[in-house]
Ligand binder design. Sequence first.
Ligand code: ZN
Length: 485
Amino acid sequence: MPFATPDAASADRAGSMLVARLRGAALAAAAWLAIAGPSVAAAAEGALLVRGGYVMTMDPALGDLDGGDVLIRDGRIVAVGRDLDASGAQVLDAAGRFVLPGFVDTHSHLYVTTMRGQFRNAQGEFFPVSSRLAAAMTPEDVGVAMRLGALELLDGGITATADFFDNVPGPAHGEAGLAALEASGIRATLYYGGPDKTTRHPIDVDHLARLARGRDPGDRVRLGLAWRLPRDLSDEENWAMRRREYEAARALGLPVQVHVSGQPGPMFDALIERGLLFQGMTVVHATDAGAARLRALDAAGASLSLTPLSEHRVGYGLARLDAFAAATRQGLGIDGNALAGRGDMFATLRLAALTWSGGARDETAPDPRALLELATRRGADAIGLGDETGRLAPGRRADLQVIDPDALSLSGFGGGDPAALIVYSAGPANVSDVVVDGRVLKRDGRLTGVDLPALLAEARRSAVALRERAAAGAPDASSTSGTAP
Ligand SMILES: [Zn+2]
């Protein structure tokens, strides 16, 4: 299927660039084949071949490849090119479809997934409602919500998530969260946080250390620290508690995500002034970071996570990505499926693009290709997974999605820029196949190995019980009343 023939593509600037990329990609792929020929043949046994798709590698050296194959062995990509010799490999036919790296969600709170429909704005703001419901969660509730949330991400082509788990009142909750991420099949870093969002109580770093010691650095599910600063930035006693958490994570070599929502400017300044930024840190919701703060972020090698859907939802302002262009390491996040509405990176991309062009009063300002890079390669780099995922290139783990344009929402594409098509028109329902670590987790539009009706019923039971328990525990929980779905 000719997604971008030279004739059609030469009609516009984007098309010409695509042709150039196609030529570059073909050369790069040919070079790779020349080097890697024998090992490609050897990789056939127990291998998976994603065959004949329009491959958007998101790798600057490989570019796009029309009619390209991705060969996977033992969970890793071993070759990207045309007509790869992989006899005996399991074949995933991607002819006429787009093959991309899986999206990388750089910040989420999956445990809020079973709170969908509870945030009713004037009748129930996110922070008080989610705090009240979170306090009523058992480890089983946490497990169901996080498993369901992770599956929703996978269903929409998100293959890696950074889960800011700030509802860990005891070790059993922490372990339930970890087990849910393991069971879902998604690539994840679980950032282990405190018992609630208040920062009054310490994070159980001893438990975090025990969990961390039982894991390998290369595991699909990894650990980090979900960190918050004192609400009152002059409270030195609270700072001492926070310092102990930070030092524990650094000693364990774990990445840290820090929430600066609420007072993003002063909190960002505190991170700079106290010398806390480092290469393994991601600053989240820094919605009013200016040039000076972003320069300090860059100098420290730290990264930024922006979550346009939730940042708009809770009224932090308009997430104008052009205001953050100075941050080298940055990515996009969902910030909780129920808060964002859906675990949907396509919706995130579309909102980011529209806010940008609308705000700048310039249709040409957003570059769809650059947005896709943020959601894939750059997002992976931002959360320290750039060597593992975010691009389709030999040596990377096999995390990819296949987008099928044979649908009403993507109909009428006769060539042009696939990146523009995906950013402005695609959605989770267009994702036909998803592979993580070489395992096919979605095939022909359906999640594999999951009894979805049973899991949805379990989630509904958990959500109803949660509301009842929260209402019983807190007489003022009227905002959580209403009709169950
Ligand atoms: Zn968040």
